[in-house]
Design a protein around this ligand. Structure first.
Ligand SMILES: C[S@@+](CC[C@H](N)C(=O)[O-])C[C@H]1O[C@@H](n2cnc3c(N)ncnc32)[C@H](O)[C@@H]1O
Length: 430
């Protein structure tokens, strides 16, 4: 008789899962959204919201948690024990910022040590968390007096201060808030007031935007599965600032339109909602992200040609075509969307900025010949740094004689209950 080896399932501990996610971001350089989706199958539906709350929250207040751990431990945990450093963060974050009762926060975090197979560190984790509970009031005072209360890396604070000497503090404060949830209503199906009524019938209250005919802000964010007719393509989750792109582009039916750097397709689908008979070519360099453009198009039942391609080398995929309109949503520092992706603060390096500026400039200059004479190009970023935005466009206009700026540039800053930080320049070819 052959005995089957029984594989023992790994005990489930959501604090251990959170510390693995934080480790993947901070030590392995993964983005928070991809680290979360890597673990998605290991998390029960019931715990999903709490895992998100803890992981996003830790990224938001990382320097504060580091300060407490440093204050409570003589030596930092390094090497293979690093994951326990992040487990401590998970414990402290819960005590300070969630409604999880303190005894559960401490007890379950301490149990996470076994799940992470570091039993020798159990006593230490228990000790640190219990000391934190006792000394919480003094430690938080000390943090306010001595810590990095901007919760941003210093290079970024310096750049934001330099660019916005009057508004920098507000920008930093707004970056540290939780983001509002905006919807874009597909007006092929519903007017904004009608969809708002439909939401209200499900007890989801929302506020419309007098300046933007497609946008609704939810008073309290909800999961997309709660949104009426989401699967039918009636609404898309998209920040109000990002919703401006397709309006500025003014796509028309029958035109040939290039959406460059298009993944995951938030703006591709909006272009087609506004001009369903436009011929849209959506291009992105990242094959995995390109799949998401197809998924979004099929949810919204819209058609575009979607390809993997490098914006620096349009000769490889444009086949000599010229476009009536081009949307270039350039790769950028994403410093305008920090409240949505707080991991950006720790993943970005200052040296990335110059590289991104160079990449943006190359894509912009290389795609320009593919715009028809009289055509429109929208250059967009979700950055608030002038090097990627205003200065980029000034440099371009100075060397490209047939490019003309229409109206003024638009620089949105992240605003509470408003939109994300975004930049737009509308250029025409004379
Ligand atoms: C800001 S995101 C685009 C968001 C998208 N437009 C939307 O609304 O959903 C920037 C995109 O640029 C892509 N990208 C980066 N370098 C590129 C390149 N050299 N050529 C084409 N796409 C590139 C990235 O893969 C990323 O998907």
């Amino acid at each position: 008789m052959v005995l089957k080896t029984q594989i023992k399932p790994k005990p489930y501990n959501l604090r251990a899962i959170c510390s693995q996610i934080i480790y993947d971001v901070l030590d392995q350089g993964s983005s928070l959204s991809s680290a979360l989706s890597q673990q998605a199958n290991n998390i029960t539906d019931k715990d999903r919201a709490l895992v998100q709350e803890i992981c996003f929250g830790i990224m938001r207040v990382l320097p504060e948690l580091e300060f407490y751990i440093q204050s409570l431990m003589a030596k930092p945990l390094t090497g293979k024990n690093r994951i326990i450093h992040y487990l401590l963060m998970v414990g402290i974050y819960q005590i300070l910022y969630t409604r999880v009762p303190e005894h559960a926060a401490v007890g379950d975090t301490v149990n996470g040590v076994n799940v992470l197979r570091k039993p020798a560190l159990k006593g230490m984790v228990n000790g640190v968390l219990r000391t934190f509970l006792r000394e919480k009031a003094e430690l938080t005072q000390l943090f306010l007096a001595k810590g990095n209360t901007s919760l941003h890396p210093s290079w970024l604070v310096k750049r934001i201060k330099h660019a916005y000497p009057n508004d920098w503090q507000t920008i930093i404060d707004n970056n540290n808030q939780k983001p509002p949830m905006w919807l874009r209503v597909n007006r092929q199906y519903y007017s904004v007031p009608d969809y708002q009524m439909l939401l209200q019938s499900q007890n989801i209250s929302s506020t419309s935007d007098p300046q933007l005919s497609s946008a609704l802000q939810l008073d309290v964010p909800v999961g997309v599965n709660k949104l009426p007719e989401f699967e039918r393509g009636v609404v898309t989750v998209q920040d109000r600032s990002a919703q401006q792109a397709a309006f500025l582009l003014e796509p028309q039916n029958g035109e040939l339109i290039l959406d460059l750097c298009a993944a995951p397709g938030g703006k591709t689908t909006h272009i087609l909602e506004l001009a369903p008979q436009a011929n849209v070519l959506a291009v992105d360099i990242d094959p995995e992200r390109v799949k998401r453009i197809d998924e979004n198009l099929s949810r919204l039942k819209l058609n575009a040609q979607v390809i993997v391609g490098d914006g620096i080398a349009p000769e490889q995929w444009a086949h000599g075509q010229q476009f009536d309109r081009i949307l270039l949503d350039a790769p950028c520092s994403a410093t305008g969307v920090i409240r949505r992706h707080p991991d950006i603060k720790w993943l970005r390096r200052e040296s990335d900025i110059a590289e991104l500026v160079q990449l943006q400039f190359q894509i912009l200059t290389n795609i320009w010949p593919y715009l028809k004479s009289g055509g429109t190009l929208i250059y967009a970023t979700c950055s608030i740094l002038p090097d990627e935005n205003r200065l980029q466009i000034e440099r371009f206009l100075a060397i490209v004689p047939d490019a003309k700026l229409v109206n003024d540039i638009i620089q949105y800053l992240p605003t509470i209950n408003g939109g994300d930080g975004f930049f737009y320049a509308k250029l025409i070819k004379t």
